[in-house]
Every structure is written in C-alpha cells, then in structure tokens.
Design a protein around this ligand. Structure first.
Ligand code: SF4
Length: 138
C-alpha cells in the first residue's frame, strides 16, 4: 500500500470519523489492512487514503495535493521521515513499522505533527492514546 508518512499517526487512532462517507468507507478498509499486516511503501504526497478524500484537489497541469492548511501535511510528512528515521520509497511491513514508530515516537514528535489537526483539536487524539493504540497493534 502506498502510504503518506503522517498516516502512520492517524491509523492507530482512527475511530470512524472522516471527511465524507466515501472517505470513511475507504479508511475503514485501509486501516484494517495496515493493522492486520501488509506491505507499505512510504511517501510524502497523496496516497491511497487521500484518494477518497474530498480535500484532495488537482488543478490542470499540476500534481494532486491536499487543500487543507495549504498542503501543510507535506511538510509534516517530510519532518516525520527524519524524526522517525524512516525512508520514503522503501518497502516496509506494516507490523515492522508499528514497532519502529512505537520505539521512536516522543510526545514532542506527536504534538509537533498533530497539534494543528482538526481531530486533535476535537480531543479525539493525544500522545497517550496513540501509544496505547500502537501497543495494542504490536
Ligand atoms: S487529502 Fe489531506 S485531509 Fe485528505 S486524507 Fe490526504 S492528507 Fe488527509
């Protein structure tokens, strides 16, 4: 599965909320696959989760991008690659990724990445909840 890096933070805490019915239907499937175990190729641009999102926009002659917060998610993905010592374009097993993320995640990395997100602001996500959710996956 093609996965943008910050979705490693979204998937464990996903609880059925999303941007549209189509988004939720797709996210249900992708989250289940990633939690069961599958091959993953990390990237910093729109992925298979973004594909069903109403926030994904594409103007003529340009690459598709996230319209939220002026595509801030791309910067977030790039910073996370460094912070979590992961590589774009490399194939991982998702279970190996959950372990790596659990070992390397800190409260500072989590808050820095998720602090501006609407789901975080609604109280659906926190560092403590994230660690507990990833522990349940390993
Ligand atoms: S398009 Fe933006 S809001 Fe939608 S899933 Fe992708 S990163 Fe998230």
């Amino acid at each position: 599965m093609r996965l943008r890096v910050h979705h490693l933070l979204c998937v464990p805490l996903y609880c059925g909320h999303g941007y549209s019915d189509a988004f939720v239907q797709n996210m249900d499937q992708k989250a289940a696959e990633l939690k069961r175990g599958c091959k993953v190729c990390l990237q910093t641009d729109p992925d298979e989760i973004c594909a069903s999102c109403p926030n994904l926009v594409q103007e003529a002659g340009e690459a598709a991008r996230c319209s939220l917060d002026r595509n801030h998610v791309q910067t977030k993905d790039e910073r996370l690659l460094t912070a979590l010592q992961l590589e774009a374009g490399r194939e991982y097993d998702s279970m190996q990724l959950w372990k790596a993320v659990r070992d390397r995640m800190t409260q500072e990395i989590f808050e820095g990445s998720c602090g501006r997100c609407e789901w975080y602001r609604q109280g659906l996500c926190s560092y403590e909840k994230y660690i507990a959710a990833v522990d349940a996956l390993k």
